[in-house]
Design a protein around this ligand. Structure first.
Ligand code: PGA
Length: 241
């Protein structure tokens, strides 16, 4: 795992943007894996800027997001669809049918999972996957204990994850208890992975990732077995690692 140490959040976002634009400009039909949360917001702003300056087009790009809450409609301000639409999709020229998130509503979520996997493989798999890391080491919504062999599936969210995400909701009681997420094996199928980490509160997670053993009790640890992973982290998150 290559580690790129940067001064701050802005530099992390710029570095990530450079990696993504490289893929978007060089591939005929680029496939991006995208993430939500606070960490990639700066990256999305950078991409929007490049698009607005006429340096980038997303017309041939397909995207697959990592996850979605179960039970939230697309137009719910807390859904990840809404996040992606507001923070990226509505500002760029990506065709709506090329921007994919698993649907968290419907009677047959198992089928949603299978269809999502199929769609990713039909698109030729993800060229570059953006990831954040949870305080407990989760990637996507793959909480500790998730098998490394997992594909897109329904998960029960950890209490710690619900608490961490409660800041976006009126109260913790409103945070969904379930989500649909790409599995760890689905993520590992990406050709390249960019893991973004910023801020002191992620310091312990980064230290455990870099120095700890590979174990299902810390999902992100599997990334060390992927041949093309870049960890871009700022000083505050990296500490003395
Ligand atoms: P964050 O979330 O970017 O909001 O810190 C990351 C994650 O939980 O994967």
């Amino acid at each position: 795992m290559e580690i790129i140490r940067v001064n701050n959040y802005q530099k992390m976002s710029e570095k990530a943007c450079a990696l993504l634009t490289d893929v978007i400009k060089t591939k005929k039909n680029p496939v991006l894996g995208l993430a939500t949360g606070s960490t990639p917001e700066g990256l999305y702003q950078q991409l929007i800027e490049q698009y607005s300056n006429g340096e980038l087009s997303f017309k041939n790009t397909t995207t697959f997001n990592l996850d979605e809450y179960v039970g939230l409609e697309k137009n719910d301000p807390n859904s990840y669809y809404y996040y992606m639409y507001e923070k990226l999709f509505k500002h760029i020229d990506i065709p709506t049918d090329q921007a994919n998130l698993p649907s968290g509503v419907g009677n047959d979520l198992e089928k949603v999972c299978q269809d999502y996997e199929q769609k990713i493989s039909q698109a030729g798999n993800v060229d570059i996957q953006v990831l954040g890391i949870g305080l407990n080491g989760h990637i996507g919504f793959n909480e500790p204990g998730t098998p490394f062999s997992s594909r897109t599936h329904i998960v029960d969210l950890d209490e710690s994850t619900r608490e961490a995400n409660a800041r976006f909701f009126n109260s913790i009681n409103d945070v969904p208890t379930k989500a649909i997420t790409m599995g760890i094996n689905s993520i590992m199928n990406s050709k390249q992975i960019v893991l973004l980490v910023s801020g002191e509160k992620k310091k312990d997670a980064v230290a455990r990732l870099v120095n700890g053993e590979i174990s299902e009790s810390f999902p992100a640890s599997i990334l060390k077995q992927h041949g093309n992973v870049v960890l871009i982290a700022d000083e505050a998150a990296l500490g003395n690692v």
